[in-house]
Design a protein around this ligand. Structure first.
Ligand SMILES: [Zn+2]
Length: 175
């Protein structure tokens, strides 16, 4: 999936996916809701997202309202998760980092990545491992956004878009 094609609801699901085990433990995510959550595409039911992740749902709604933004615009969701989500709580906030190694897990289609904290507000810290459950095509050097040790997004696709613009778009300006 091209990252820029994601709806706000899909971005919300990406970032909140690290909370799924805890939300199952808390009783918010039932087997039926998990099945629907995994099967949904595009404009995922807001009622379903609210039922599964009530805290993040309310926080993102308040974030949007306070700024006069549409809650489900992709830019609102990215801004909320990357910059605002529990920013005073290191355990639950989204961390930005740079991939320094990709480790394939034999016998599965999953990979782990080793991430070095990289970005404003990131603590000086040691590298850590995160799991690439969303099967993003990650390589060393990519910037990633990690929530609860799950890689939610990468800026790599934005970089690819810029590269293809240079190759396909900008070059045509000179022809
Ligand atoms: Zn969190």
């Amino acid at each position: 999936m091209v990252e820029d094609d994601m709806t706000g609801e899909e971005i919300f699901r990406r970032y909140s996916s690290g909370c799924i085990p805890w939300m199952i433990f808390c009783g918010h995510i039932t087997e039926d809701r998990l099945r629907r959550l995994n099967a949904s595409k595009g404009k995922i039911s807001h009622h379903l997202l609210k039922s599964c992740f009530p805290g993040a749902y309310d926080d993102s709604r308040k974030f949007a309202r306070a700024r006069g933004l549409s809650q489900w615009h992709p830019a609102t969701q990215r801004n909320f998760w990357r910059n605002e989500h529990r920013r005073n709580n290191d355990k639950c906030r989204v961390h930005r980092g740079r991939v320094v190694a990709v480790i394939k897990i034999n016998g599965t289609d999953l990979s782990l990545v080793t991430v070095m904290p990289d970005g404003p507000g990131e603590p000086d810290a040691n590298p850590y491992r995160a799991v690439n459950v969303h099967h993003l095509p990650l390589e060393e050097g990519d910037i990633v956004y990690v929530h609860k040790y799950v890689v939610a997004e990468t800026d790599q696709v934005a970089h690819q878009c810029a590269t293809s613009f240079l190759r396909d778009g900008a070059l045509s300006l000179f022809q």
